[in-house]
Design a binder for this molecule. Structure first.
Ligand code: SAH
Length: 273
């Protein structure tokens, strides 16, 4: 089913594909990973996801994106979606009946195994392992909150998973949704041109990535470390691994302890470099 608002106002087909055309009115691609986003701001999509590698992959049908405009499920002349918080207090809360209708509508168009996720500062912290798990499934339905958030009964009724981007408060879930989609989509095979970069980057081995350098060889009196210009691949790999370990130990003691436990190492041992 295509959404009514998407076909309104689109009177001609433009020659050059604009980012929003990448997601509009396309027939559902069967068995292709799908992100659905329930939002009051459908115009914010695909946003940055329409650019660069994720944008190309969207165009090539390696993944698909559907916005579900919450306003269309709103009530009355003004299509109201929110009301004042029970018990008083500041702001407005998204109504469960309105969100419920949007969820039921959206879920008809996605595989039942796709998780239903509410972006929320109270959720489980998003990380690379969650991105990997999501990329291996059929897709996800994301609920973007606004104002003070969403009525708790929606979470309880639909077994919604709450996911947070970090310990800070955004104005709405849309930026968080785009971050979640970006981190997940780039793990879908063939989305990144260079699959090897996924295997080497931060978190893939439980470590932060080693520092990167490029030309010029000397810049502002600072030289690229000799070993990287030596052409000796074993030494380069050893240096990169040692730097990754040192950085992780210094900056992220939590990751370092987990890494050492996995590799049967003493977290307090001296570094080789
Ligand atoms: N009153 C809420 C914050 C609401 S912010 C509270 O104190 O917990 C409005 C919306 O922005 C939320 O409903 C959520 O969808 C989104 N949001 C805010 N911070 C976020 C974060 N750290 N991660 C993911 N989504 C977030």
């Amino acid at each position: 089913m295509s959404n009514p608002s998407r076909s309104l106002g689109r009177k001609s087909i433009s020659v050059s594909l604009k980012p929003r055309d990448l997601m509009a009115e396309r027939a559902d691609l069967h068995n292709v990973w799908k992100a659905q986003v329930i939002t009051l701001m459908p115009e914010a999509f695909p946003g940055i996801l329409g650019e660069s590698l994720t944008g190309r992959a969207l165009k090539d049908g390696l993944w698909q994106l559907e916005t579900v405009p919450l306003r269309e499920f709103g009530e009355g002349k003004h299509r109201n979606v929110d009301d004042t918080p029970a018990g008083g207090g500041a702001g407005m809360v998204l109504r469960p009946d309105i969100m419920g209708a949007a969820i039921e509508d959206a879920r008809q168009r996605i595989a039942p195994g796709a998780p239903l996720i509410y972006l929320s500062p109270r959720g489980r912290r998003f990380d690379q392992s969650m991105a990997r798990m999501l990329s291996e499934g059929p897709g996800m339905t994301l609920i973007c909150g606004r104002f003070e958030g969403l009525d708790q009964r929606v979470m309880d009724h639909y077994n919604v998973v709450e996911v947070s981007l970090g310990d800070f408060v955004l104005t709405g879930g849309e930026l968080a949704a785009q971050a979640l989609i970006d981190a997940t989509v780039r793990l879908i095979p063939r989305v990144l041109g260079n699959q090897a970069s996924i295997e080497e980057e931060s978190f893939s081995h439980g470590l932060l990535e080693h520092p990167q350098y490029t030309k010029p060889a000397v810049w502002n009196g600072r030289a690229i470390p000799d070993v990287l210009l030596s052409g000796h691949h074993a030494n380069i790999a050893k240096w990169q691994r040692a730097m990754a370990e040192r950085l992780t130990k210094e900056r992220r003691p939590d990751l370092w302890r987990a890494y050492c436990a996995n590799h049967d190492r003493d977290p307090d041992e001296d570094q080789e470099l």
